[in-house]
Each structure stands twice: as C-alpha cells, then as structure tokens.
Design a protein around this ligand. Sequence first.
Ligand code: HAM
Length: 418
Amino acid sequence: MFAAPKGTKDVLPPEAWRWQWLTRLAMDTFALAGFAPVVTPDFEHTELFERSVGSESEVVTKQMYTFADRGGRSLTLRPEGTAPVMRAILERGLERGALPVKLAYCQAMFRYERPQKGRTRQHLQLGAEGIGSENPLLDAEIIELSTRFLTTAGLKPVLLLNSIGHEDPSCRQGYIKVLSGFLHEHSAELASADRARIDTNPLRTFDSKEERTLAVMRDAPLLSDHICAACREHFDAVRGALEDLEVSFEIEPRLVRGLDYYSRTTFEYQVTGLGAQSAVGGGGRYDGLSEALGGPRLPGIGFGLGVERILLALESVGTFADEPASAVHVYVVALGERAQRAALKLTTDLRRRGIGADFDVMGRSMKGQMKDASRSGARWAVILGEQEMATGTATVKDLESSEQTALPLDEVPGAVQA
Ligand code: HAM
C-alpha cells in the first residue's frame, strides 16, 4: 500500500466541499474587483525563482523542489506565484496593453519544509497581483480586497503593515549598512545561523526564531526610521487610503517578509489559534521585480493567502460563514428493473434542468435507498415503485417534514424545485 508523500495530503469530502466553497468565494470576490484568472505552469526554470525570490532567501536555499528533466534543464516546482505571473506578463507582452494588469490565481505551491500544523510541502494559494502602477491607491485597493475576502470567509485577522522602502543607497541600501553595523557589534549575542547571515541577508534576522537573536533585534535600528522621503510619502498615502476605507491595521516596523523582491508596502495577516504558523497570508509591492527578470520598469503589488491555514483558522473559530452543503437536492428511489431505468431517466431530466439529483446503482433495498437518500443530504426523495410505474406516477417525499404526495411523473420537476 502507498501513502501520500510526507507533507502532503488528500482532501476528501466533506472537507473538500469547504475547499471548493473557499476557492470559489475568493475567485468571485477577486473577479468583482477586476482580477481575471490566470494559470501558470506548475514548474518553471529554476533561475526564475533565484532571480526574483532571491538566491539567499530561505525559499531558494532550502525549500525548492528542484530537478533536472530528461533534457537536462534545471526546473523547479513553483514555490510561490508572483514571479511566474510576472514572467508570463513579460513573455506575452501584456505590459504593452492596458495597465494595470490585474490577475488572480488559485494554484498549488511546493516548498520543502518541515511539516507541522499549517505547514505542508504542497499548499494551495489564493493570490491576486495588480501590475503596472505605483499609485498608493492600488496598494489600498489590493489590501482592502484581501481583507474583505478573509472577513467574508469568516475570519477576523490582524493586518500588519510596514514599508520596507526601495532598493537605493538613499533608502533601504543605506539602512542595511546601518543594520549590518549594529549586528556586527552584537554578533556574539546572535544565534550562529543569524550571525552567518549578517553580510548576505541581514534583514532576515528580524524573522529569526531564535530567542537570543530576537532579544538583540528589540533594540535594532528600524527600517521605517531610515526610508527615504518619497517612500515615506507613499506609505503615508497608503495608510490614509486604508483609513478612508475603514480597513484597520497595525504598523509593524519589524515586518520584513521572506521574499527578496519586496519593496515599499508589505503586509501580513495574522490569526490566533494556528500555533507557530500564524500567518494566513501576506503580500506587498515588488516594484523592481520586472527589471530583475530583464523586463522594463513595471511596479506592482499583490498578495498570497494559504487555503489550508485559512480553513484551519476557520475551524478553530468553530463556524463557517457559509457552510457548504451537498449539491444533491433530489434522490430518486427505484424498485425493479423498469423503475431503475426510469430513475436514471428522471435523475438525468432533473440534472438537465439544473436540479442536483442522484439515484441508486448498488441494488439497495427500498430501506437502504431511503437511508442513502438522507445520507446524500437531499431535500426530496422521489419514489418509483411497481405501482407508480403502472400508473405513470411517482411518490414525492419531503425529507424534512416526511410529508408525501403522489404526482404524475411529468409534474415531479416542478414539485421539487423548492
Ligand atoms: P508567502 O508569505 O510566502 O508569500 O506565502 C503566502 C501564504 O501562503 C502564507 O501566508 C501561508 O498562508 C501560505 N503558505 C506559505 N507556505 C506554506 C506552507 N509550507 N504550508 C502551508 N501554507 C503555506 C508568497 O508566496 C507571495 N508570493 C505572496 C505575494 C503575492 N506577494 C505579492 N504577491
């Protein structure tokens, strides 16, 4: 017998109904804001992620599923969705059409991580990207959209917000020098893994899980005190627009996020009840990403939300905003060969009219079929027996009230509409 690979799992009903409900809600909510769906390949050239997510990032150095295909190419299972979307836009020249390009996705991501609650090696991510504008109103639009979706789904996450400035000596590059200086001064107090990163990726020390490093970081100089005037002005405009929209947020000057393409606005949604994996989603601007991939200047912002974590968080809250129910509305019960053929015909007729219907193919007894009808979640049972076949009628039973009536067969669809 085989088991699913470590860190992966099957999603079976009834849980799978929740997945479907959540992903539909997301894609419908995003579509109402003008985000069209996009599907990119599940694997890309490895270099795409090295150049965007960053060759020093945790994702690239430790978590990628990278393999050589039979043609000797180095390919990687998509660990995140933003770089592939940008690659697709640049490859197809969408940036020469109407801007911003607004795209949304619901795709699997693959990261080789130590599995634990809310952390798997394959996860499903809901994301949206708005590309082609630096306007802080786009930031507010995107952040309001992800917040509204999470709220509609039934969560009350805390929205953490920060600006990490932009790649420039007058801004983040200048700050990184200040931060490296501070870390070198305190290097003896840092955990060894964090000490090793001082010159390659000092910002990551804010995300360290080591208590001794975090104690040092409490006194570290903050990026928000060092960003340039233009970035500060941009951030003030984002905050003002979010206040206009009554989206509440907390400024978190230590929020750095794990992917190197971010610039300016960054944000994350935190929930309680998930243990260590408290982020249900996050996002930010990536104004330099297109250029890092060899494209023109094409600033953008987006977010990614983890389906598994959202559902875990909803379970811990104990309620689903809109509990998905079975789609089967009518169950046709039939006894005898003739009645069974008629049952398939009636079931099909109902389905063609858009009414969810099912029938028995297991040769169950009448009692067994009635049991299966209630298991299916149907509101109505339509009974076709010998007597009904002889008279061209059916017995329609309301499974909620147990009331039943005999009707001519052609009146059945009308009777079970409700
Ligand atoms: P991220 O923060 O790496 O961002 O991932 C987004 C979300 O995906 C996380 O908050 C979490 O809910 C979920 N997630 C990530 N890794 C795992 C895992 N191993 N198991 C379960 N869930 C996980 C990004 O990936 C960016 N591309 C988001 C973005 C879009 N930024 C701009 N546009």
